[in-house]
Write a protein that binds this ligand. Structure first.
Ligand code: GLP
Length: 236
């Protein structure tokens, strides 16, 4: 695992963009993408570049259940706004969380998509509780795409994007830890003091399902990009 400290999110986005270009030059075809504030500068770098993504496939980590694609808070909407509208892929997959009753079938469809398109480079953020995607503490490491009851801490952390906490969905569909670990390479962004504990556990803690990101210690190609605040508790 490589840890790169950056001044700010713009520098982090630039470093990740250079890594992306290396992976594409080496033949990467399938990108695993994430939402949240942490990857935004990375997407800005892509949008500002002359990179053509129209031959590639993207597969997103997760989506809320019970809000449809056009809802401004949906991850579909986020991806269109920050990347896909400017840089369309050949195909972009996101979990279909719009119809709650369809959840189990949507999970099955997503696992099939993932088995057909192995991810070359997975982009991740991290939750303050150490979640990756929406794999909350306690999620078995063997899990593939699944329906999730969001942690109260995640609902509260994500309330900043909604008018009030009662509007935050309480369920999501997320790729599982197994799907994430199957990606050939991983870049994880972490910014700000609220991520200190999660990053400490990820890099130096025991590998435990109580801190889902700690499993990344067992992945052969992970780059952590973080600012001084997020990395402050590491023994370096
Ligand atoms: C959400 C997403 C995660 C993301 C996390 C951190 O819970 N499901 O994929 O990593 O938020 O978000 P941020 O980057 O805004 O801190």
């Amino acid at each position: 695992m490589k840890v790169i400290q950056v001044e700010n999110q713009v520098e982090g986005g630039k470093i990740a963009f250079e890594l992306l270009k290396e992976k594409l030059a080496a033949g990467a075809q399938v990108l695993g993408l994430a939402t949240g504030s942490s990857p935004i500068e990375f997407y800005k770098q892509i949008v500002a570049s002359d990179l053509d993504l129209s031959g590639l496939i993207s597969i997103n980590l997760d989506e809320y259940v019970g809000i449809d694609e056009d809802n401004p808070q949906s991850y579909h909407h986020f991806m269109n706004e920050h990347l896909f509208d400017a840089k369309p892929f050949k195909v972009s997959y996101l979990p279909d969380g719009a119809n709650e009753a369809d959840g189990p079938a949507a999970v099955g469809r997503y696992n099939k998509i993932l088995s057909e398109h192995p991810i070359d480079l997975q982009i991740l953020g991290i939750g303050t509780n150490g979640h990756i995607g929406f794999n909350e503490p306690g999620t078995p490491f063997t899990e593939e795409t699944h329906l999730v009851d969001l942690d109260q801490s995640t609902i509260e952390a994500n309330a900043r994007f909604f008018e009030d906490v009662s509007q935050v969905p309480i369920k999501a569909i997320s790729m599982g830890i197994k799907n994430i670990m199957d990606a050939k390479s991983i870049i994880l962004f972490a910014y700000g003091a609220s991520k200190q504990e999660a990053i400490k556990g990820l890099v130096e803690g025991p590998v435990t399902e109580q801190l889902p990101a700690s499993i990344l210690q067992r992945h052969p190609d992970v780059v952590i990009i973080g600012d001084a605040e997020a990395l402050a508790k590491l023994n370096r």
